[in-house]
Design a protein around this ligand. Structure first.
Ligand code: AMP
Length: 658
């Protein structure tokens, strides 16, 4: 078969498979075949790059990392909507419309809480996608939009030009999963799916955007060259025929019917895989729309009904405390069941001790709860006149309810955190951190495998890793004999790590990699460090009072001691293998800039520190030397300005060797 023909057929097959999989939920091609064919197409396109077209299924994540986004002027502006907050306001909207246009039919749709985008097709091929921006000028996010599988890259009918508008969102399930992963790796959480979707759509690297599994609901034709429609419904049906994912829509003959539909959408909001922040009522006839026109801000033919957050009273039956995977204690009020925004609610978040104190929530209290959007229900206020006699103020426990270890308040916030080195609630995170590359560097021990080991009850504390048996590990899901043995070997190897890795692996608050290295070098053995008091610790470089306190507290806890005993018994190295501490550079501060030829800047820094010198990131009068490598920039200039002596690589080496 000729190459061109084969490429064409592969594209058609893959495009159809994609549509069946993502849009119809009815795949007819196996994943295996799909991957296989996609690979074949990629190979052919790599060999014949001139045959690559933007609508090829290979181009969904093909884009390079962008430096920024180009501006796009929308040929048809992306208008905003007028809000209505009550049924009275909705009736007023209806009256205004009736006066201008007479008898009408409305279309009612959920208002997706995401990001508005315009998708542009030329001759049926997706050529450009842009954010709304200010409605007139947005940003070109074509590459990221291509990663959304429900956006067709080629349409069945090739109109010269078609622009459609839709709302990009992150499915609720993806949002929850993403936040869980972020929590585990210590990254800040996204506040809600909307923020997460916005962040994802503006990723400069399309590969990151692709992982976010965004989706879209299309709800308007902005422009269709060579096509006439008379109603909004017709346009939506056309979009469906062109394989877009189209917003659920219902025709209503009166405003009464429309308001019933709005209520039904609100009650059924849980069933959508996207968040909604209202419902949109639109005049269905396009000629009536023209008659009504627009104000400077929004069309007169549509209105967005915003649901008020529903509030109900209930009673606090109990206050329970959960320990999250990062050790944070979260108090929760168990309340008598109430129906709120379409679901039965049985508990409400109390956030933290400060929140409880501020609202003065007590067990037995009657409270007003609300559920705004999809967020966990919240206590708005306490109805103090209903407080039963004898109700006492509530305080979070001083010990972890899961493991009994002491609880400390975060340095920078209201959160209380469990300090237990072997706390079961934090086991997953502890082990993932323990095994991570910068800590004990145990290859093959990522979150999925750790989760499996915990599920199978093969490990209950990080120390248990060292007594794992290959035969047991091999029984786990997706674990052959071979990979089980590899894992055991990797664990075995980690026994010989330098003390600094172990110290970092403990996950003592505020003891990062650098502090761990300094401590290991300074004290030489774990035992020596354990015996050191707080005051002496603060004399160590980079160790402040809080860190010193954390270190002493951590080593004094029973769980930590148990962990250390287990590791010792397993033969884990507890000594620093760093060269003996020299002090030839004590009292000197270095700033490194530019590229060195015999070592990396990091290595140079380590060698300086090993000899008692300090390395800083910025040049000041206190800097003793600036070491300038190849292509040194502003730091070198600053050194010259301040009269700080400058060393080249050779001079530095001479100093290190002396
Ligand atoms: P606002 O941002 O409050 O002015 O509301 C207008 C926004 O709602 C627009 O940017 C649209 O992208 C968005 N929207 C979500 N769903 C719909 C829908 N079904 N019809 C029209 N606009 C919608």
């Amino acid at each position: 078969m000729d190459i061109k023909q084969e490429i064409k057929e592969l594209r058609e097959e893959l495009t159809r498979a994609n549509y069946e999989y993502y849009m119809l939920d009815a795949p007819t091609m196996s994943d295996y075949d799909f991957d296989h064919k996609l690979r074949r197409l990629e190979e052919l396109e790599a060999a014949y790059p001139e045959l690559i077209t933007p609508d090829s299924p290979t181009q969904r994540v093909g884009g390079a990392v962008a430096e920024g986004f180009r501006e796009v002027t929308h040929p048809v502006p992306l208008e905003s909507l007028q809000d209505v907050f009550s049924m009275e306001e909705l009736k007023e909207f209806d009256q205004r419309v009736m006066e201008a246009a007479g008898q009408l039919v409305y279309d009612v749709e959920p208002k997706v809480d995401g990001l508005s985008v315009a998708l542009e097709y030329e001759n049926g091929v997706f050529v450009r996608g842009a954010t709304r921006g200010d409605g007139r000028v947005g940003e070109d996010v074509t590459q990221n939009l291509r990663t959304i599988h429900s956006i067709p890259l080629r349409l069945p009918e090739a109109l010269p030009r078609l622009i459609v508008r839709g709302e990009v969102y992150m499915p609720k399930s993806v949002f929850h999963q993403l936040n869980e992963e972020r929590e585990l790796s210590g990254k800040p959480l996204f506040a809600n799916p909307r923020n997460a979707a916005a962040g994802s759509l503006r990723q400069l690297d399309p590969k990151v955007a692709a992982k976010r599994r965004l989706n879209i609901q299309v709800f308007n034709i902005q422009l269709a060259e060579g096509k006439e429609f008379s109603t909004h419904t017709e346009t939506l049906e056309y979009l469906e025929s062109q394989r877009f994912r189209v917003i659920p829509h219902t025709l209503c003959r009166t405003i009464q019917e429309a308001s019933e539909r709005i209520m039904a959408i609100g009650d059924g909001r849980e069933d959508f895989d996207f968040d909604i922040d209202g419902a949109v009522v639109k005049v269905n006839s396009l000629s009536d729309r023209e008659l009504l026109g627009s104000t400077t801000k929004f069309p007169r033919w549509a209105a967005a009904y915003k649901y008020p957050p529903e509030k109900k009273t209930s009673k606090v039956v109990d206050i329970v405390v959960q320990v999250g995977r990062t050790g944070v204690l979260t108090p929760k009020a168990v309340i008598e069941p109430v129906r709120l925004a379409g679901t039965t609610v049985t508990n409400a978040t109390l956030h933290n001790q400060d929140f409880i104190a501020e609202k003065d929530v007590r067990i037995g209290d009657t409270v007003l709860v609300q559920k705004a959007g999809e967020i966990i229900p919240e206590i708005v206020s306490v109805l103090k006149e209903h407080r039963p006699e004898g109700a006492v103020p509530y305080f979070l426990p001083e010990r972890c309810p899961v493991c009994g270890a002491a609880v400390v308040r975060d340095e920078d916030g209201a959160a209380l955190r469990c300090t237990g080195a072997e706390c079961p609630a934090q086991l997953l995170r502890h082990i993932v951190h323990f095994a991570s590359r910068d800590a004990m560097d145990i290859e093959g021990l990522g979150p999925a495998n750790v989760e499996n080991l915990i599920q199978a009850e093969l490990i209950k504390t990080p120390g248990d890793l060292y007594s794992l048996q290959a035969a047991d590990v091999a029984k786990l899901e997706r674990m052959g004999k071979r990979s089980a043995q590899n894992l055991i070997d990797a664990i075995e190897k980690s026994r010989h790590n330098d003390l600094s890795r172990l110290l970092y692996a403990f996950g003592i608050r505020q003891v990062g990699q650098r502090a761990a290295q300094t401590l290991a070098r300074q004290f030489g053995t774990l035992d020596a460090l354990i015996e050191t008091d707080e005051e002496t610790l603060t004399e160590v470089e980079d160790i402040g009072e809080i860190t010193a306190k954390n270190i002493v507290e951590w080593f004094s806890s029973q769980q930590s001691r148990h962990l250390i005993e287990t590791l010792k018994a397993a033969g884990v190295n507890m000594e620093s293998t760093a060269e003996p501490v020299g002090d030839g550079l004590a009292g000197l501060t270095f700033v490194l800039t530019g590229e060195l030829s015999t070592m990396t800047r990091k290595e140079a820094g380590e060698r300086i520190q090993m000899l008692g010198g300090k390395v800083s990131g910025s040049v000041s009068k206190k800097t003793s030397y600036v070491v300038a490598g190849e292509a040194a920039g502003s730091k070198l200039r600053k050194a010259q300005e301040l009269g700080v002596p400058v060393l080249d690589e050779e001079e530095l080496l001479a100093m290190l060797e002396k």
